[in-house]
Design a protein around this ligand. Structure first.
Ligand code: ATP
Ligand code: MN
Length: 473
């Protein structure tokens, strides 16, 4: 019986297999074919790894007319014998005994020609984009990272919480929300009864009898469960209807949000540090072939910068110290920064790239520029917030200790002009066995960008959703 393995597995067992002349079956898509003196050399890729398996075909063994159809992009299944390779660069190759053409690819119209295509062009051919070296590597790395995220939290005893995608809470204020409705847009029901609401949209006729939205964050729901299960994390899709057409923003992206009860800001930052080092180490160990590709073709030096990061002791400074450093840096920034203003990417990159020369947590931000749920510090001016800044990128993680004191939290909601009656479900967590607790959020695509060096967030998600675009292509 012939073994049927993915090409990645074949290569990982290559030493052993090359000793025994094993019979094997492989399937994949032809990358290239080269004919020489009656032998045809096919480079076959099946998506399991970057490397191709070389297949040697004796031309006269093929049925008439088949060879010409074995063009770039076509799908084949091959049976043959694995042998030690005589050529350079690979350990084994497959000597074809029998070849079946499963799907042809007309060379006149197959869009992936040998030349290098732009990422913009490749986005227009969604089903062929992942067949390129770059995007195959990106999506394998994304998958490995996703696995590493779950593995880290599972090993540490965190409970994976599936927070809802549809929410009736419009409270986080993290960005504009997509509304979810079944009301007919061309004939929206209005409240007819006289009174202050006359003429307003009648949501009692909508599916949930109330306005609903796609979630912008699972944090608040995560906090509810952390008050029972202690350590939880969410990892799911989030949606923002912000009209920001930047290389760093998507309308649909994935977010990782751990939440820990009985945890303060310092412990929070230690978990964030350990987590980031863990997932990067995983990719360095298990995804090195793809990383080497990024290192050569996408971002020179990226492996070195990731290796530095996992070995570094992350620095910790306060926001107030950060402002002093920036003010006395003598550097001209596009945006000014004085105490009370938010840090821009240029400030963040200066702090970590040039000043600290490594990852740095900036902690204790002015309360005015941070969300209402962050814990008020004793100085009454700052809150227990943290941002992790890294070279090349700036902010990669944002987190905080949450305000666990009911009276202070109520006051913050009022001060922020938020409708307090919408928050009773949230405030309840501070009524019955409230605990000091903290968490952080990490945009998954930003992490994939950081680790692959890809410059546009549209190129690290399979089907990017951005303003004006939700097509399959
Ligand atoms: P930014 O300033 O980059 O818009 P933000 O302050 O709106 O980010 P948060 O609300 O703190 O971000 O969201 C948590 C994390 O989610 C961010 O650190 C970032 O990694 C990611 N993120 C936020 N908005 C987007 C987006 N539109 N597309 C992709 N990732 C995003
Ligand atoms: Mn934003």
């Amino acid at each position: 019986m012939a073994i049927n393995l993915q090409i990645k597995e074949l290569f990982s067992k290559a030493e052993e297999l090359s000793q025994t002349e094993t019979e094997a079956q492989v399937q994949g898509w032809i990358k290239t074919r080269r004919d020489s003196k009656g032998i045809s050399f096919i480079e076959l890729n099946d998506g399991s790894c970057l490397s191709n398996l070389q297949i040697l075909v004796v031309e006269e063994k093929l049925p008439d007319g088949l060879l010409e159809k074995l063009t770039t992009g076509s799908a084949i299944s091959v049976n043959g014998i694995l042998k030690k390779s005589l050529g350079k660069g690979q350990i084994i190759e497959l000597y074809c005994e029998n070849l079946e053409l499963l799907g042809t690819a007309d060379p006149e119209t197959y869009p992936l020609q040998k030349k290098r295509h732009t990422n913009e062009f490749l986005r227009t051919i969604s089903h062929l984009r992942p067949r390129t070296n770059t995007f195959g590597a990106v999506f394998r790395t994304r998958s490995l990272l996703s696995y590493a995220v779950h593995e880290y939290f599972n090993e540490k005893g965190f409970v994976h919480l599936h927070s809802p995608i549809i929410t009736s809470s419009d409270c986080e204020g993290a960005g504009s929300m997509f509304q979810v409705t079944i009301l007919p847009l061309d004939n929206v029901p209005k409240i007819e009864a006289s009174g202050p609401d006359k003429g307003k949209i009648d949501y009692s006729k909508d599916f949930f009898s109330t306005p609903t939205y796609l979630t912008v964050s699972g944090q608040l729901e995560g906090e509810l469960f952390a008050q029972a299960l202690k350590n939880i994390y969410t990892f799911g899709p989030t949606f923002r209807a912000e009209n920001s057409n930047t290389p760093r923003h998507l309308a649909e992206f994935w977010m990782i949000e751990p939440e820990m009860a009985f945890c303060d800001l310092m412990q929070d930052s230690k978990i964030a540090e350990e987590f980031l080092k863990y997932v990067i180490t995983k990719v360095l160990n298990k995804g090195l072939e793809d990383l080497k590709f990024f290192n050569e073709w996408v971002e020179k030096g990226i492996i070195d910068s990731l290796e530095k990061l996992i070995k570094a002791d992350f620095a910790r400074i306060t926001y107030t110290e950060a402002i002093k450093i920036l003010e006395s840096s003598g550097k001209k920034f596009e945006f000014p920064c004085t105490w009370g203003s938010d840090l821009q990417t240029e400030h963040e990159r200066f702090l970590s790239e040039e000043y600290i020369k490594g990852p740095v947590f900036v902690m204790d931000y002015p309360k005015e520029i941070k969300a209402f749920y962050m814990r008020l510090n004793d100085d009454q001016k700052t809150v227990a917030a943290m941002d992790l800044l890294v070279p090349r990128l700036g902010e990669i993680i944002g987190g905080s200790q949450r305000e666990e004191r009911l009276d202070i939290l109520e006051q913050k909601i009022i001060d922020n002009n938020l409708p307090i009656d919408h928050y009773s479900w949230y405030l309840d967590t501070r009524r019955f066995g409230s605990t000091p607790h903290a968490g952080f959020g990490l945009g998954f695509e930003r992490l994939v960008m950081y680790i692959t060096g890809m410059q546009n967030i549209r190129d690290v998600i399979p089907f990017p959703r951005t303003p004006g675009n939700a097509s399959i292509n």
